[in-house]
Design a protein around this ligand. Structure first.
Ligand code: SME
Length: 163
């Protein structure tokens, strides 16, 4: 059993501790599903204010639901559709303060108000997956959250490329 303790007094500390816990969790483990499952659980357990966090994998140019924590979600998302599809198509982080104002937003959990989607890109520049964070709070994610979550995606890019 893993029992990580995080000091969430400030975001820089939280994400630094989280990055180091994630590195430890995935170290030496080649199985992508196991690593994504543990990453989703670790994030849900340590980042406050989330109602959903998880992965959509790039399966032949379509996003397919991967390991997550939260309510059951839509299974397939085309590149370009919704917030996740925008991140997949552009390979750019999408940070959305109010998903209801985002054209084409896909409502999986009606509780979600703000969303952060980070592409996980391999060394060859191709999309492996996107990591999707949803919150019931408006504008839950700021630039520090984005930087911290981009760091998590970099760790995962290495771990998921080696599987
Ligand atoms: N809201 C997302 C869909 C995924 S769920 O939030 C889990 C979107 O618009 O891409």
């Amino acid at each position: 059993m893993y029992d990580f303790k995080f000091d969430s007094a400030d975001k820089a500390t939280l994400y630094r501790d989280l990055a180091s816990a994630l590195e430890g969790l995935v170290a030496g483990e080649p199985d992508a599903i196991a690593n994504m499952a543990n990453a989703a659980a670790l994030i849900r357990d340590s980042v406050p204010g989330l109602n959903w966090v998880g992965f959509y994998r790039n399966v032949g140019g379509e996003l397919v639901l991967g390991p997550f924590q939260g309510r059951p979600a839509c299974i397939r998302i085309k590149f370009g559709d919704g917030v996740c599809g925008a991140a997949a198509a552009s390979l750019q982080v999408q940070r959305v303060d109010d998903v209801h104002a985002f054209p084409g937003h896909i409502a999986c959990d009606s509780a979600s108000v703000s969303e952060l989607v980070v592409p996980i890109v391999g060394a060859d520049g191709t999309l492996i997956a996107v990591l999707d964070f949803d919150s019931p709070e408006p504008a839950r994610f700021d630039a520090e959250d984005e930087a911290g979550c981009v760091r998590l995606a970099q760790i995962l890019a290495k771990a998921l490329s080696s599987s």
